[in-house]
Structure formats: structure tokens, C-alpha cells
Design a protein around this ligand. Structure first.
Ligand SMILES: NC(=O)c1ccc[n+]([C@@H]2O[C@H](COP(=O)([O-])OP(=O)(O)OC[C@H]3O[C@@H](n4cnc5c(N)ncnc54)[C@H](O)[C@@H]3O)[C@@H](O)[C@H]2O)c1
Length: 253
């Protein structure tokens, strides 16, 4: 049985993962970390990683960008691999993730769903054809009204996948309201919609002359991310130091 620590245990995703693990024979949550706790979980919850003295094989993290520095220090010090799902990390934090992954196994993915991770690959193939043919690329994402970061980490990952396939020639445009000029053919426009309880929608639009191709992914429940994160936790336990992503989990299936 793989022993997991849930960072952000009392959040939406923390509770989804707790439910999934309670029904899974291969992985169990042995402790949680969350500054806000009402004692309702089947496992002990600590306010900070430093207070958590429970032995574990992996940490699954869905918390807050503010929590990530402490968590990285903890997982390096305790040598516990971490599945890092929190989005909205700063450039400095991404550098710290990279540095920490030299000392402990870290799996980071802005979107843990099978659909999005397959889409990341499909986009590379599409970009090879459409970018060459001069199609404009736009990304539109929609999320619930509680989300803090914009654009979503997934939208950025989709843009990076396109950009990588196009040899890094794109810049990203988040806001056109301050410009009065035509769009630059070498930019990827990103637009964010926030409202209601939309779980997560992403559209990548390749717009050419007289034809438009749209790739669309819709998540209807948070369990699509939860299932991916639990699989990632099982995959990462016992792995050597390094930076992994969901493609490694899918490839290992
Ligand atoms: N990678 C993915 O597939 C994916 C999917 C969904 C959400 N997310 C991201 O995961 C994060 C959490 O999402 P959510 O919907 O569960 O949010 P949420 O606000 O419901 O839960 C966050 C939890 O983290 C806790 N927290 C705050 N500070 C903390 C700290 N210092 N240490 C530990 N816990 C702390 C909060 O008390 C809260 O219980 C967000 O960044 C979100 O964008 C990623």
C-alpha cells in the first residue's frame, strides 16, 4: 500500500483525492497538511509541512502557490517525492521546482486529466501543419468564479506545447485592450472567462483563411484531475530524483 500525504487536504481537490484514495486498494492517505482544519478527515491534518511527522511514500499537492516553497523544502529534506498540481507558480518558484527535482522526484502538471495530456501531444502534430500554413493561434479558457490565477496553468501549458512545436517563435498576448494594432502573426492570444462553477474548459483555435480548426476539452467534474493525480502518486512513489510529468504516467501504463 502506498502511503500518501495530502497537501491542501481540506480544499476541493484535497477532498476529491481523499474520497478516491478511500476507495482504492493501492494507495491510502496517511496525513494531511492544511492550515484550515475542522477535524473531519479520517487522517491527522497538520497546519504546516514542518509539523507533519508521519512517514509517507509520496505527497499529493493541490493547495496554494504560497504553500509551494515550504512544501518543496520539506520534500527535499524528508526525501518524499511530490506530485505538484498547484497552479499559478511564479518564475522563481518554477526555478525552485527545477532545482529541487535534482534532489527528489517531482511530477508537475498544470492539468492532471488524461484528455488534456493527450491534447498536448495532438497539438504538436496540428501545429506542424497549421503554423507552417500561417494559421493564427488563439486559446480561450473558462473556469469557475473562485479561481485565483489567469490564464489557467493549463492554457499556458497548451500554448507552450504549440510554441515548442513551432520552434519557440510565439510570444503570448494576454490583453489587447491597451493596443490599437492588428494581431501579430507570431503571437498566441489567450483569453480567460470566469464564472459560476465551470470546472474547466479549454479551446485551442487555429484560424486560417476560410477555415478554422478548434480543439476543445471540457472537464465536467474535478474527479478527472483527481484520478490523474492518484495515478501520478502511485507512479512517483519510489522514483529517483528528477522532473516528471503526466506523459510519463501515461507512457508507463
Ligand atoms: N493540476 C491540475 O490538474 C489542477 C486541477 C484542479 C486544481 N488545480 C490547482 O490546485 C490548487 C488547489 O485547487 P482547489 O480547487 O482544491 O482549491 P481550494 O481553494 O478549494 O483548496 C486549497 C486548499 O489549500 C489549503 N492551503 C492554503 N494554504 C496552504 C498551505 N500553506 N499549506 C497547505 N494547504 C494550504 C487551503 O486551506 C485549502 O483547503 C489551485 O492552485 C488549482 O488551480 C490544479
Amino acid at each position: 500500500m502506498i502511503r500518501a500525504i495530502m497537501n491542501g487536504a481540506n480544499g476541493h481537490m484535497g477532498q476529491v483525492i481523499s474520497q478516491l484514495c478511500a476507495e482504492d486498494q493501492e494507495i491510502e492517505i496517511v496525513a494531511g497538511i492544511d492550515p484550515f482544519d475542522e477535524g473531519k478527515n479520517a487522517y491527522p491534518v497538520f497546519a504546516t509541512p514542518q509539523e507533519c511527522n508521519v512517514e509517507a511514500d509520496v505527497v499529493i499537492d493541490f493547495s496554494s502557490a504560497k504553500a509551494v516553497d515550504d512544501l518543496l523544502d520539506y520534500s527535499v529534506a524528508k526525501q518524499i517525492p511530490v506530485v505538484l498540481c498547484t497552479t499559478g507558480l511564479s518564475e522563481e518558484q518554477l526555478a525552485k521546482v527545477e532545482e529541487s527535482s535534482k534532489k527528489v522526484a517531482i511530477l508537475r502538471s498544470a492539468n492532471m486529466s488524461l484528455g488534456i495530456n493527450t491534447l498536448l501531444d495532438l497539438l504538436k502534430k496540428a501545429t506542424n501543419v497549421f503554423a507552417e500554413a500561417g494559421f493564427d493561434v488563439e486559446i480561450v479558457e473558462a473556469h469557475h468564479n473562485q479561481k485565483l490565477d489567469a490564464p489557467s496553468g493549463t492554457a499556458v501549458a497548451l500554448a507552450e506545447s504549440v510554441n515548442e512545436a513551432a520552434g519557440g517563435r510565439y510570444t503570448y498576448c494576454y490583453d489587447r485592450s491597451q493596443r490599437r494594432e492588428k494581431r501579430n502573426p507570431n503571437e498566441i492570444g489567450m483569453s480567460s472567462i470566469r464564472g459560476g462553477n465551470i470546472v474547466g474548459e479549454h479551446e485551442v483555435i487555429f484560424a486560417g483563411l476560410d477555415e478554422v480548426i478548434t480543439f476543445k476539452h471540457q472537464a465536467f467534474s474535478k474527479s478527472v484531475f483527481g484520478k490523474g493525480a492518484v495515478e501520478a502518486g502511485k507512479f512517483l512513489a519510489g522514483k529517483p530524483a528528477g522532473l516528471y510529468d503526466m506523459r510519463d504516467v501515461i507512457a508507463a501504463k
